[in-house]
Structure formats: structure tokens, C-alpha cells
Design a protein around this ligand. Structure first.
Ligand SMILES: [Zn+2]
Length: 503
């Protein structure tokens, strides 16, 4: 095993009090870890660059990213008619025509495409357009017919073709691209994450697609990425799903727990709020009760696995916290995903129970601006309390950052935290970067997070500028290393020299 040196960069360094600064020096990798000493057999110059811990995206859907490349991209659509036109053009003649990532909150006229619009594309094969949040979509008659016998009426509006929640998940399954294309597309998905400086993800994995997932992960030989998998299943079915995941490279991939839903999304107005939405007569939809959640939490604890619970609205959050309290000690390994709207009285509970919140600053950037989707859905007063990063950190809450794939990209997302539309909820760049990198390692211990310390895994990203001061949108990822292996290189370095190893 040879040592490898990154020379002459500005290296992320912790002072004795734990604060972060950049120090001009070299850093050595040995056997996949950060090492001491400088007798390297190979080197890469990083002069003027900033050497940071690799990014960890703590809530991701890798297979969805792979699938997206096989589906029609509706993210640039300017309205329903445009989305339908893109879908008609891009269908490609497969067994189903699927478009993803439309966002009507950007459209001048926010009406969704209709069942009839999609019937015009095909009267016989499934046609399906899914909103960026993945909690709402529109289906044509052929797809609605397939959904009809599955007992999902509660989530289907047959007249408009609008489907939500469980019906969306079922539609995803019914319109899945061929397995071979998905596993091939996963390599590109991993390469994309490396180009964004990501060395680890917490991935939500659907048991239905584990086999194709494992097949796609064969690319990790060439492109190592660390994956903590949360299986979208019940505690009871965890072991069976987990056994199928064991065929993946165990040095990189491990199944750590399950992921379950307690509500939907703000975009779809299915996130469960205490008070009605500002723009519709509904409080959203709670998908579980505290009592049954507490049972599931206890079942997870019995198996020694983690339990990640999706809760976007404040009513969902209160319910999940009730369940954690009811579960007592069994609630120690529950994390809450999204946590966008939180009742003031629940902040103290979050801190007291030590529940980690896995939040998405990119959502704030996408939809949290003045007059944006969140203000329209929540009204001005509640909007001012959405994604309260600063309030939570001041109170002592544990927070991790992630993207949920909308889109992937820590540098894009971090701006949503440092430039939160609500000024009082902005946090500093060090806090934000820490939450998108090393805080992930101390998720459960809650201890102080340090990075690039001797003995740490050599998961490193080299950035073009100082992330603590620069405009993050202007920064570029120059190199990414996972376990000391170069997995991404923006352009050939200015110089590279391989020294002969020897006595
Ligand atoms: Zn998600």
C-alpha cells in the first residue's frame, strides 16, 4: 500500500476549541485513511485549493437519480401544455411514458396537466407525469385502470387523473424502466454524485428494487461511494430485505434501518399541518397514528436498527414526537426527515429527546423565497417559521443536511442555509458545511464533529475556493476522493508527479 499526498493546499483544520480554519499544508492518505508523514509515493498539487471533508448527503434516492436519466425531464416545463408537449416528444415508444420533476409552483398558470391531456399521448399504454416532490402526479386512463384494483382509491382522483402518496409509489412501480437500463444508469448517477463532491449518502432503498440496485452497485468497484441504506419497509420485513442487500460491497454499503412516512409534501398539500393551509381548505394528511408508530419504533429498537420517519408538517412532527416519547428508551435511534414546519412547543421536545433532524436547505432555496410556494401554502406567519435552522441550532438540536435529490448538490443546497429567505434563520457557513459533511459521523453520539483528522477515512473534496467565505455558487469541485481513491477530477491538475517508491 502506497501513501499519496495532496500538496500545498489550504486544509480544513480544527483548532483546540473545535472551530474550523484552513491551514496551508499538505495532507497524506495511507491505506484509505488520513495519515501522518510526508513520504508519499504519489502526489497531486492543490495549490490555492481548499481541501475539505467529503460531502455526505444524508437523505438521497440513488435509484431515482438513475431512473431520471431514463425518463422525460419536465423540470424546465413552463406550464401544463409545455409539460405535455415534452412528454409527447420524449416518450420514446417504451411500454410506458413517464415524465418527472415538473414544478407548477414556477408556472404562470399553476393548473396541472389532466388525465385527458395524457390520454392524447396514448390511449392504451400508461402515461404518467410526476411532480418534483414525488408525492403527486397525474395519470392517464390506462395507468388509472392498472391502479384501480389496488385499493388506493383514497389517493386517486379518477376525474382529473391526479394521484398522490401511495398511488404515486404504485405508479412508479407499474411504470418502472427495464432493470438492465436502471442498473447501467446507476454508474452515471454515482459519477454525478462524485462530480458534486459527495463521498457518502444515506440512501432510501425500496425493497422492490433491491436486486436491480445491488446489480447497479457493482460499479462501486470502480467508483467507490459509501452508502448507509434505509430500507423503505417495516421493521418486520427489514431482515429479509437486508439479506438481499448483502450481495453489495460490504466495505461500502450497509443497511442501517428503515424509512417510513408520517405525511406527504407541502407542494401536494398532503403534509399534515395543525392549522389549515393558507391556499386550500385542508390540513393535509396524517398517514399514521402515534400509537402504531410507537409500536414500529419499538420493533426497530428490538432489532437494533435505526428508524427514519418522514415528517414535513407540524402536525406530523407532533405525532412523531408523541410516538418517540411513548416508545421511551426504544426511541433513541429515531431520526426525523425534512422537519420543515415545527410547532414552537415542539422545539424543546426535539432537543430533550435528542432526535436528529435531517433537513434540506435546497428546499428553502427552491421554494422558501418570498412569494414562493411555501409562503403561498403556509401564509406569511407560518412561512416565517419554516426550516428554522438558526432557531434549532441555538436551542441545541442536532441537524444534518441533505438534498433528497431535488437536486443533488451540496454547494447548491448550502446557499439555502446561509441565505435563508428568513434572515433570522440563516446560519454561518461553518455550521452549514459541517452539517453537510462531518456531522453525519456523530449523528447518534451527538459529540463534536471533527474532520480530516489522522485516522479518518480519506473521504475528501478539493474545492476551488474557501467555502467559509466565498460565494458558494461560484465554487467548483476540483477533485473528489473516497477512501483515498481519486473518483473525480475536474481537469488535469497543473502538475502531477509519481515518485518511485523504494528504500
Ligand atoms: Zn426522500
Amino acid at each position: 500500500m502506497e501513501a499519496f499526498e495532496i500538496g500545498n493546499g489550504h486544509v480544513w483544520t480544527h483548532d483546540l476549541d473545535g472551530s474550523v480554519r484552513f491551514e496551508k499544508r499538505s495532507i497524506t492518505f495511507y491505506d484509505g485513511r488520513i495519515a501522518e508523514g510526508r513520504h508519499a509515493s504519489g502526489a497531486i498539487g492543490a495549490s490555492g485549493r481548499f481541501v475539505c471533508p467529503g460531502f455526505a448527503d444524508a437523505h438521497f434516492h440513488l435509484i431515482s437519480l438513475a431512473n431520471k436519466s431514463l425518463r422525460v425531464d419536465l423540470s424546465g416545463a413552463t406550464g401544463a401544455a409545455d409539460a405535455v408537449a415534452r412528454l409527447a416528444r420524449g416518450g420514446g415508444g417504451g411500454a410506458a411514458t413517464v415524465g418527472v420533476d415538473f414544478d407548477e409552483s414556477d408556472w404562470a398558470e399553476p393548473a396541472l396537466p389532466t388525465r385527458q391531456d395524457l390520454n392524447a399521448i396514448s390511449a392504451t399504454q400508461p402515461v404518467y407525469a410526476r411532480r418534483v416532490c414525488c408525492h403527486v402526479g397525474v395519470a392517464n386512463d390506462a395507468l388509472l385502470d392498472l391502479l384501480a384494483p389496488r385499493g388506493l382509491d383514497r389517493f386517486v382522483d379518477r376525474e382529473s387523473g391526479r394521484i398522490t402518496e401511495d398511488a404515486v409509489f404504485e405508479a412508479n412501480r407499474l411504470t418502472r424502466p427495464p432493470d438492465a437500463s436502471v442498473s447501467a444508469a446507476m454508474e452515471n448517477a454515482v459519477r454525478h454524485l462524485h462530480s458534486l463532491g459527495i463521498t457518502k449518502i444515506h440512501d432510501i432503498v425500496d425493497p422492490d428494487t433491491i436486486d436491480v440496485y445491488v446489480d447497479g452497485l457493482k460499479c462501486l468497484d470502480r467508483r467507490p461511494l459509501r452508502i448507509d441504506a434505509y430500507l423503505h419497509t417495516s421493521a418486520r420485513d427489514f431482515a429479509a430485505a437486508c439479506a438481499r442487500l448483502e450481495k453489495a460491497d460490504a466495505s461500502l454499503v450497509r443497511a442501517v434501518g428503515i424509512k417510513i412516512f408520517s405525511d406527504g409534501s407541502l407542494g401536494a398539500r398532503t403534509a399534515a399541518l395543525h392549522q389549515p393551509y393558507a391556499d386550500a381548505d385542508t390540513r393535509g394528511e396524517l398517514l399514521v397514528e402515534a400509537a402504531s408508530l410507537a409500536v414500529e419504533i419499538a420493533a426497530c429498537a428490538e432489532q437494533g436498527i435505526e428508524c427514519a420517519i418522514h415528517a414535513i408538517g407540524d402536525r406530523a412532527m407532533s405525532t412523531v414526537l408523541d410516538a418517540i416519547e411513548a416508545a421511551g428508551e426504544a426511541g433513541a435511534r429515531v431520526r426525523i426527515e425534512h422537519a420543515e414546519i415545527i410547532a414552537e412547543r415542539d422545539i424543546e421536545r426535539i432537543v430533550r429527546l435528542g432526535v436528529p433532524l435531517v433537513m434540506q436547505p435546497n428546499f428553502v432555496r427552491n421554494w422558501g423565497g418570498e412569494g414562493g410556494l411555501y409562503e403561498r401554502r403556509l401564509g406569511r406567519e407560518r412561512w416565517q417559521r419554516h426550516n428554522p435552522f438558526a432557531t434549532l441550532l441555538r436551542a441545541g438540536a442536532r441537524i444534518l443536511f441533505s438534498s433528497d435529490g431535488m437536486p443533488a448538490g451540496p454547494l447548491f443546497g448550502l446557499n439555502g442555509a446561509t441565505r435563508h429567505a428568513i434572515e433570522a434563520e440563516r446560519i454561518g457557513a461553518i455550521d452549514a458545511c459541517t452539517r453537510y459533511t462531518i456531522a453525519e459521523r456523530t449523528l447518534w453520539s451527538g459529540g463534536p464533529a471533527k474532520g480530516l483528522v489522522v485516522g479518518d477515512p480519506a473521504d475528501v473534496v478539493i474545492l476551488s475556493g474557501n467555502p467559509l467565505f466565498a460565494d458558494l455558487d461560484g465554487l467548483r469541485v476540483i477533485n473528489t476522493f473516497t477512501g483515498g481513491r481519486l473518483v473525480y477530477e475536474e481537469a488535469p491538475p497543473r502538475w502531477r508527479q509519481n515518485f518511485k517508491s523504494g528504500p
